[in-house]
Design a protein around this ligand. Sequence first.
Ligand code: ZN
Length: 147
Amino acid sequence: MQRRCSACHARQEAFAEKSTLHRCEGCKLKQAASAFVPFCSGKALVATTDAEQRGFQLTNSALCNYLRREGLADLLLDSEAIEEHLLESRELTLTVNEDRYVEAIERGSAEQPLAPQQPEERDSSSGLTFSSVYRISSHVLMVMFLS
Ligand SMILES: [Zn+2]
């Protein structure tokens, strides 16, 4: 998982997970490790309730918001713990956009799986119908964080 300095936003190359203090590689300020903002992105392969497997890109904001809301902000210090948490969560509802980026994660299943939140649009070039944002009930099969 990447860390960024909250003062100068420099990306940290040598941040030791679970350390308590760290000197910013950009502005050289020594700070509590928790002052460095975690930045995670990754890929997840999920199984949906219609028994399909789909791959999505996990975004930092979706993961951070989800973990904070669930009282699991401590996991942000440990990307492997997040991976294990996601894999062990039986049902999650992902809000995804048409580019397959996960915009939000919620615990539990959606009341209406795959219900479009916005009116469906028709892509005239391909003839495919898609909704621009949709919610999907899923079970995470594989997850990988990119650092
Ligand atoms: Zn800095």
